[in-house]
Design a protein around this ligand. Structure first.
Ligand SMILES: [Zn+2]
Length: 427
């Protein structure tokens, strides 16, 4: 370090400094070699702890931690959670809606439509009966209102569709956009491909923890048919449900939900990315002007970073193209320089957390290529709190057989790959 003056890598202050985990300890960070010492000041660390709390307790990450990282860093204490309802997938690959009560995950009362059968599940018999009765009341009339929230924030807008019973099914009649939703109606939520096998999650109808019955489906054209079939089947479910046994969720997997992803989560992700960059390229390089923007976006209270949670579609592609076979119980993180010209690279941070949550952040729009010459991978074993840094070749060789083959072929034909000369046999 010599006579270099110590400066906070984020705000340039001269301290006092506190230890900063390159990757959050609560998500599997490693104390051995992955701490930033005399690098981040106490004041910045204080700001970061607020973001991290949002990320680790109030986002989809919170649920992933509870389900997949049961003991936390200091064994015995389970991670805390403050999220709203989220979806989990049970050991049969079945998506079920859940809410939480403290750190306890509770299964919401629901019907799950699988092929030609309807399954019920709930925390207990009483809540299932209450739900089925409310649903029957809703479906008693010939006419039914289906409500979709069109906006998340203000101004709130809702699309209300009117359906009418016609023969076996409900038939769509009219729709309108309104500012206040009707009191009686069924809420609709459209899902993408939610489960691990990339099949659409089964359609389900459930009672939200804060009230309101929701139909969640991937098939917007089948709403009338689904509701018709539920109406016809409901009496037999109601009479038979006394014998239903409550489902226990065994080893559930987390499904994506972006409902509780806040601006603080975006900042926490960007901060993790920048910490990794500092760890990789050194403190001095990290003071480069190219990183000024991301640092100020992270620290500025009023600034918004771009949304960091990848949509399902992009996540699938990123997983396939950049990560392929991520080893079990590991997050996979990547610092990725993308050539934008001979003299400039864009530096991205891309990660798949808990095997299923894709995130990303731009760390520099335009940086000198020397700042980060090659991609750097990190595997974070979140059960053992162990981080491993890997070069692109090390990662590719161990976990990305398809790309390895592409590289061999590219080498055979052009003697280079992606503009970077290298010899893939020479490793
Ligand atoms: Zn600072």
């Amino acid at each position: 370090m010599g006579d270099d003056k110590k400066q906070c890598i984020y705000c340039d202050s001269e301290g006092p400094f506190t230890e900063e985990h390159v990757f959050p300890a609560g998500m599997g960070g490693d104390d051995r070699g992955y701490l930033l010492i005399d690098t981040v000041c106490g004041q910045c660390n204080y700001i970061f702890s607020k973001f991290e709390t949002s990320l680790m307790r109030r986002s989809v990450i919170a649920l992933a931690r509870i389900l997949l990282q049961p003991h936390g860093r200091r064994r015995g204490e389970p991670p805390e959670i403050e999220t709203l309802e989220t979806q989990v997938i049970d050991s049969n690959g079945l998506s079920v809606e859940s809410g939480h009560n403290g750190s306890k995950i509770e299964i919401l009362a629901q019907l799950i439509l699988i092929d030609d059968r309807i399954e019920t599940t709930a925390t207990d018999e009483e809540s299932l009966q209450d739900f089925l009765k409310s649903l029957s009341k809703l479906l008693i009339d010939e006419k039914l209102l289906v409500i979709q929230a069109l906006t998340k924030n203000k101004p709130k807008l809702f699309e209300v569709s009117t359906y009418k019973l016609s023969g076996r099914d409900y038939e769509f009649q009219t729709k309108e956009v309104v500012a206040a939703p009707p009191k009686k109606g069924i809420w609709i939520s459209y899902t993408g491909h939610l489960n691990k096998q990339n099949k659409p999650a089964p359609t389900r109808i459930f009672l939200r923890s804060k009230g309101g019955i929701v139909l969640k489906t991937h098939d917007s054209s089948a709403v009338g048919k689904i509701l018709g079939s539920v109406k016809r089947t409901l009496p037999s479910i109601l009479s038979g449900s006394k014998n239903t046994t409550t489902s226990e969720i065994q080893n559930p997997l987390v499904a994506m939900t972006s409902e509780s992803w806040s601006g603080d989560c975006d900042k926490a992700i960007a901060k993790i990315g920048f910490n990794l960059l500092v760890h990789s390229i050194g403190k001095k390089s990290a003071t480069d002007v190219a990183f000024k923007k991301i640092k100020s976006l992270i620290l500025d209270n009023t600034a918004q970073l771009p949304f960091s949670l990848l949509p399902d579609s992009a996540e699938g592609k990123i997983k396939k193209d950049l990560f392929a076979n991520i080893p079990k119980n590991n997050h996979c993180l990547l610092l990725l320089p993308l050539n934008i010209s001979q003299s400039e690279v864009r530096i991205l941070f891309v990660a798949v957390l808990y095997g299923s949550i894709g995130v990303w952040s731009t760390l520099a729009e335009s940086a000198h290529p020397n700042l980060l010459l090659n991609p750097v991978y990190f595997l974070v074993n979140y059960l053992d709190n162990q981080i491993t840094t890997l070069s692109i070749m090390e990662y590719t060789k161990s976990y990305h057989p398809i790309r390895m083959e592409e590289m061999r072929q590219a080498f055979n034909t052009q003697n280079h790959f992606g503009g970077m000369p290298f010899n893939p046999y020479d490793i």
